[in-house]
Design a protein around this ligand. Structure first.
Ligand SMILES: Cc1cc2nc3c(=O)[nH]c(=O)nc-3n(C[C@H](O)[C@H](O)[C@H](O)COP(=O)(O)O)c2cc1C
Length: 406
C-alpha cells in the first residue's frame, strides 16, 4: 500500500487559489461570462429578446425540416486529420473576389436587424470592418446604404438585392448601392414567393411590432428591449425611405414570381461590378448562372426559411464546385453555427461560408460586443480545427479534404 504523507495546510497557497470575483447581479451578464460557443450565446439571446423576435430569427419555414437537415449534415462532416505537420503557424486568410479577408467567413444579409438589437446593421458592419471580413447589407435592412457607408466608411460592403417587379425600382435601389461604395451585388433568387413561416404567424409577427393587449405583458418581460425600440430611430425598410408605400406593398414588389434568368442578364448590363447569385440549390442552375458572367454563387436554402423540402446545400457542394468552381467562386450558407462547421464546408470545397443566425444571436445577446464574440468564437474553433487536422492554411484545408458521413 502507498502511504500518503500529510502536511499542515499552507494558508497562502489556499488563499491564492480563491477567485475573488463577485458574480454579477445582472443575470444576462452572469450568463455571458459562461458562454463557450454560439449555441450558448443563442440561449442568452433568447433570454434578452421578446419571443416573437427570437422566433423570427431562429425559425424557418413550414415544418422546419430543411434547416434541421442542414444542421444534421454539418454534424456529419468528418475532416481528414494529419498529425506531425508543424502547425505552429496557422494562416486563415483567403482571397474573396480579388481581396484578402482574415477568415473565409462572411456576414449574410439579414432584414430588420434593428429589430434584433437597436444598434442594428451598422454594429455588425463595424465588427466586419474591424476584423477584415465582408458585410452584406439586405435590401430589407433597417439602415440605408448611405447611412451604413457614413457610419462604417471602411467596411468592405456588399449589397443584397431582390429583383423587383419593375426595373426602375430595382435601378433606384442599385443606384444607392453604387453611390455608397458597395462593391458587389448579391442577387437573392430563392424568393419568387415568400416562405411560409408558421412560427411568425403563430406569434402574430408584424414589422414594426404592433401594440396589442398582449404586447403589454411582453413589454413587462423584456422592458429594456422595448425601451431601446421606442427611444431609437424608426424601424423601417431604410432603402425605401420616402417611397410612400406600405410594408405589404413593398413586400409584393420584392417577391416577384415572374423573375427568370433574363433578369441576371439585365442586371449584368446595368451593374459593372461583381455579381453573386444567392439561393442556388442544384448543379444545373449553378451551371446556367455561371454562364451569365457572374462572379460568384451562394449555395443556400435561405437558412431553411423558404422551401422546406429542397436539397441540403452542403450535400451538393462538392458536385457544384466540380461543375463550376473554375468559373465562379462557390460560397455556401445555412446552419453554420461553429468554426468547425465553417472549416468542414471549406474542406469540402467552398470558397467561403456566410453566417446569418450565428451573428444575430450575438447581437441579440450583447449588441456589437456579442457579434465580436461570435467571430472570436468561430475564429478560435476554426484555428483549433485547422491545427488538429494538420492544415496550416486554407489551401491545405481543401487539399486535406473531408466527407459527409452517411
Ligand atoms: C432573420 C433573418 C433575416 C434574413 N433576411 C434576409 C434578407 O433580407 N435577404 C436575404 O437574401 N436573406 C436573408 N436571410 C437569409 C440569410 O441571408 C442566410 O441565407 C441564412 O441566414 C443562412 O442561414 P443561417 O442563419 O443558419 O446562417 C435572413 C435570415 C435570417 C435568419
Amino acid at each position: 500500500m502507498i502511504r500518503v504523507t500529510r502536511r499542515f495546510p499552507s494558508l497562502p497557497y489556499f488563499w491564492s487559489l480563491i477567485d475573488w470575483t463577485l458574480p454579477s447581479v445582472i443575470s444576462h451578464k452572469r450568463l455571458l461570462l459562461k458562454v463557450q460557443n454560439v449555441a450558448d450565446l443563442a440561449l442568452v439571446a433568447q433570454k434578452r429578446t421578446p419571443k416573437v423576435v427570437f422566433d423570427y430569427v431562429a425559425g424557418s419555414a413550414v415544418d422546419e425540416i430543411a434547416y434541421a437537415r442542414s444542421k444534421d449534415a454539418y454534424a456529419r462532416i468528418e475532416l481528414n486529420s494529419n498529425v506531425l505537420r508543424d502547425v505552429s503557424e496557422i494562416d486563415t486568410t483567403e482571397i474573396i473576389l480579388g481581396k484578402t479577408v482574415d477568415l473565409p467567413i462572411c456576414f449574410a444579409p439579414t432584414g430588420y436587424t434593428r429589430l434584433m438589437h437597436h444598434v442594428g446593421e451598422a454594429a455588425v458592419a463595424n465588427v466586419a470592418a474591424s476584423k477584415n471580413l465582408i458585410y452584406t447589407l439586405s435590401t430589407m435592412g433597417t439602415t440605408s446604404p448611405a447611412e451604413l457607408a457614413q457610419l462604417v466608411p471602411h467596411s468592405r460592403r456588399w449589397f443584397q438585392l431582390y429583383i423587383m417587379k419593375n426595373r426602375e425600382d430595382s435601378l433606384a435601389v442599385i443606384k444607392q448601392a453604387k453611390d455608397n461604395g458597395f462593391e458587389t451585388l448579391v442577387l437573392t433568387v430563392d424568393t419568387p414567393v415568400p416562405g411560409l413561416r408558421y412560427r411568425d404567424n403563430r406569434n402574430g409577427l408584424t414589422i414594426p411590432p404592433k401594440i396589442r393587449l398582449n404586447t403589454v405583458a411582453a413589454i413587462a418581460r423584456k422592458p429594456r428591449w422595448w425601451l431601446n425600440l421606442f427611444t431609437t430611430g424608426k424601424l423601417e425598410f431604410a432603402a425605401f425611405r420616402g417611397w410612400d408605400k406600405s410594408l405589404s406593398e413593398l413586400a409584393s414588389l420584392i417577391f416577384d414570381p415572374s423573375t427568370t434568368f433574363e433578369e441576371i442578364t439585365w442586371l449584368r448590363s446595368v451593374w459593372d461590378g461583381p455579381i453573386v447569385v444567392k439561393g442556388i440549390q442544384n448543379i444545373e442552375d449553378a451551371k446556367s448562372v455561371a454562364q451569365l458572367g457572374v462572379q460568384g454563387i451562394i449555395l443556400s436554402n435561405h437558412g431553411g426559411r423558404q422551401f422546406d423540402r429542397g436539397p441540403v446545400p452542403l450535400e451538393i457542394l462538392e458536385d457544384v464546385v466540380a461543375a463550376v468552381g473554375n468559373k465562379v467562386e462557390v460560397y455556401i450558407d445555412g446552419a453554420v453555427m461553429s468554426g468547425l462547421d465553417a472549416l468542414g464546408a471549406i474542406a469540402l470545397g467552398a470558397k467561403a461560408v456566410f453566417i446569418g443566425r450565428a451573428y444575430l444571436y450575438g447581437i441579440m445577446a450583447n449588441g456589437e460586443a456579442g457579434v465580436d464574440q461570435v467571430i472570436e468564437i468561430l475564429r478560435k474553433e476554426f484555428i483549433n480545427g485547422m491545427a488538429l487536422s494538420g492544415s496550416r492554411n486554407i489551401a491545405e484545408v481543401r487539399k486535406n479534404g473531408a466527407r459527409i458521413r452517411k
